[in-house]
Design a protein around this ligand. Sequence first.
Ligand SMILES: *Cc1c(COP(=O)(O)O)cnc(C)c1O
Length: 386
Amino acid sequence: MPRRFGPYGGAYVPETLVPALQELERSWHSARRDPTFRTELDRLSRTLGGRPTPLYFARNLSRRAGGAEIWLKREDLLHGGAHKFNNALGQGLLARRMGKPRLIAETGAGQHGVATAMIGAALGLETEVYMGEVDMERQRPNVERMRLLGAEVHPVRTGGRTLKDAINEALRDWIANVRTTHYLLGSAVGPHPFPSIVAEFQSVIGQEVRRQSVRAFGRLPDLAVACVGGGSNAIGTFHPLLDTDVHFLGVEAGGAGGRGPGAASLTRGRPGILHGSFSYVLQDADGQVAETESISAGLDYPGVGPEHAWLHDRGRAKYVAVRDRDALRAFHWLAEDEGILPALEPSHAIFAAVGEARRRPATDHVVVTLSGRGDKDLGVVTGAAR
Ligand SMILES: *Cc1c(COP(=O)(O)O)cnc(C)c1O
């Protein structure tokens, strides 16, 4: 398991966290080779999570694009309504294996907090979640879900009061309580070994895409598209296909457009250190981390996983930014064409995928990871429509 992806990654953390990261890496090394762990992960993925999720031919959306076929990898149908379950389950089982009775997590859209709360309940682990006040306001239903699932939700009032600030608070808690607590980080970001662990737990998405594409249309897709916040659903989609000639498109949040940074770390940021990892970061001229803005709380993060930074620099994956209003258009397309309400995060990917499909021949296949469902966003969408 690499500590670095090219120059990116590493573990820039206070000394107090080093033993915990080493313990996590050791535990992960032994767990992934342990058939009992694998069997339990697989069993709960199926019977609690609902895996495998289907690969759906979006016939009407493809017709709208008027080019390549668009297929949707339905992570929105996973337990909890997003891909976050895959990682929360895996790390929850690791925490139990390490004998840690308490989980902490950060959350942006609330999806990771909900997934962690579900897993905490199912595995009998105490769960506390840090969430920015701004996010608590715009993702109210998920705050209620977490509380109903028995988790304690701590409002974060520092900084821009969104995901970045919630991660800072969670890291602070972890430093203070490292012996009893596992920090269940929600994306492929942060210090080593988190980016690799999260990528591997999310790789079940790409492994299924690989099998299901061959079964459904006789070969691998020509292009795989996924939205990128921290980058976990995208890396999970791309990873198992990296050794093929499938093309990759990661879609960041462009925000309102114009000169603002949105939350597009790869397309508008530059290399720097954030939350213990060297990767692309949205920052000002002095290197201060920028405040981001996006219609989707789950993409509202100024950093990105180090493996994406390396795929970007090598040109192995392409990254684009999609604006709020185009993501909203794609939300309505999918709702009206296919009867699916997508989360606003993958709506960014849907918009980019339709554009790509339009430029490609009808014989091509574009697979988009539909990372979550849109119930949590109805307030934002109906508010924006007014
Ligand atoms: C959290 C979230 C994202 C963004 O996180 P990644 O780590 O980039 O995948 C995307 N879509 C949904 C539905 C989410 O909940």
